[in-house]
Design a protein around this ligand. Structure first.
Ligand SMILES: NC(=O)c1ccc[n+]([C@@H]2O[C@H](COP(=O)([O-])OP(=O)(O)OC[C@H]3O[C@@H](n4cnc5c(N)ncnc54)[C@H](OP(=O)(O)O)[C@@H]3O)[C@@H](O)[C@H]2O)c1
Length: 290
């Protein structure tokens, strides 16, 4: 099965390693890699590679989701399946793109958009059949976890950001994490897919951790995403250290789904890295041939 790849960064390299490591266990091969300044059009690239699936791993544009949303729209329109780890298309245009996929009889899969390869969308699809998602609560941004933990160990806010950069998890523009945009993009993606919300990140009420002061003993802070029907929020919350949300540290993430039939149930991922992002893409590829 021929894959056309967009992007050749960390996730793309980890995916290539994974496909190689698991060769013999899957039918996938990378037929072409599109780079930022290629002169041929995307349509030409997809036709030339004879791709059956587009894997979108380009840089996220947190303001518009472009050009990734256009990449996804173009491939789906040509009747090509899409797997994306790029949050943009799902946070900004999910409803429209899912409609094109349905019309063309192809799949749009996106497990790695939130919590890397840990089951979030797949969990709801495969293990919560017949359940309605009424809302969710999540700790989904790693940079803020690292900054808070560093401050609790006596570092300044800026030193905390520097530590997140050293770990390679802060975006080049750390403001994007600190002011809650990353969490808002993830919240919008989750709400669009799981709650048919039809929102963009701008519709998420947003408060970051800028200017943070630490709460008293026995308490801590996390940047928490909360969704209920018609209301989507990202804000810093003071939590008891014993709260399940407060136990999430570093790149670890947690999401709880609030449901009609299954009460509250969720997923936790401990210290995931880029290999787990690549796994989410691989899991989506396997879903395509299931
Ligand atoms: N890293 C993670 O753990 C993780 C987790 C979940 C989701 N994601 C998402 O996965 C995607 C890839 O992440 P990454 O860590 O691999 O990023 P990265 O290392 O920065 O790689 C991004 C790649 O996309 C290329 N690119 C940018 N714009 C392009 C365009 N218009 N056309 C073709 N290629 C383009 C870049 O090329 P240049 O080198 O020329 O800029 C680079 O090769 C992002 O959307 C990210 O948000 C990442």
């Amino acid at each position: 099965v021929k894959i056309a790849l967009i992007g050749s960064g960390n996730v793309a390299r980890a995916l290539a390693r994974l496909l190689d490591h698991k060769r013999g266990e899957h039918p996938f091969g990378i037929a072409g890699i599109r780079r930022r300044n290629d002169s041929e059009s995307l349509e030409e690239f997809l036709r030339r590679t004879n791709a059956e699936v587009l894997v979108e791993l380009s840089t996220l544009n947190p303001q518009t989701g472009e050009p990734a949303a256009t990449h996804v729209r173009t491939a789906l329109g040509l009747g090509i399946h899409v797997v994306t780890a790029n949050k943009g298309p799902i946070a900004f245009a999910y409803h429209e793109l899912a409609a094109i996929a349905r019309e063309r009889g192809v799949r749009l899969l996106h497990e790695s958009v939130v919590m890397d390869g840990a089951p979030v969308f797949n969990f709801v699809r495969n293990n919560l059949r017949g359940v309605r998602i009424l809302g969710f609560t999540g700790v989904l941004n790693s940079t803020t976890n690292v900054v808070i933990e560093a401050m609790e160990q006596g570092a300044s806010f800026e030193e905390g950001i520097a530590r997140a950069r050293e770990l390679g998890i802060a975006e080049a523009n750390a403001d994007y994490d600190i002011r809650g945009w990353d969490a808002a993009v993830k919240t919008a993606a989750l709400a669009n897919v799981l709650m048919d919300a039809r929102i963009t990140p701008a519709d998420v009420e947003r408060e970051g951790i800028e200017g943070l002061t630490l709460p008293g003993q026995g308490k801590t802070v996390r940047l928490v995403s909360r969704a209920e029907r018609g209301r989507f929020r990202v804000r810093r919350e003071v939590l008891l250290r014993t709260d399940a949300l407060a136990t999430v540290r570093g790149t670890s993430n947690l999401i709880l789904f609030h449901t009609d039939l299954m009460g509250t149930v969720g997923t936790i991922s401990i210290s995931p890295g880029v290999e787990q992002t690549a796994y989410g893409v691989y899991a989506d590829l396997l879903e395509l041939i299931r």
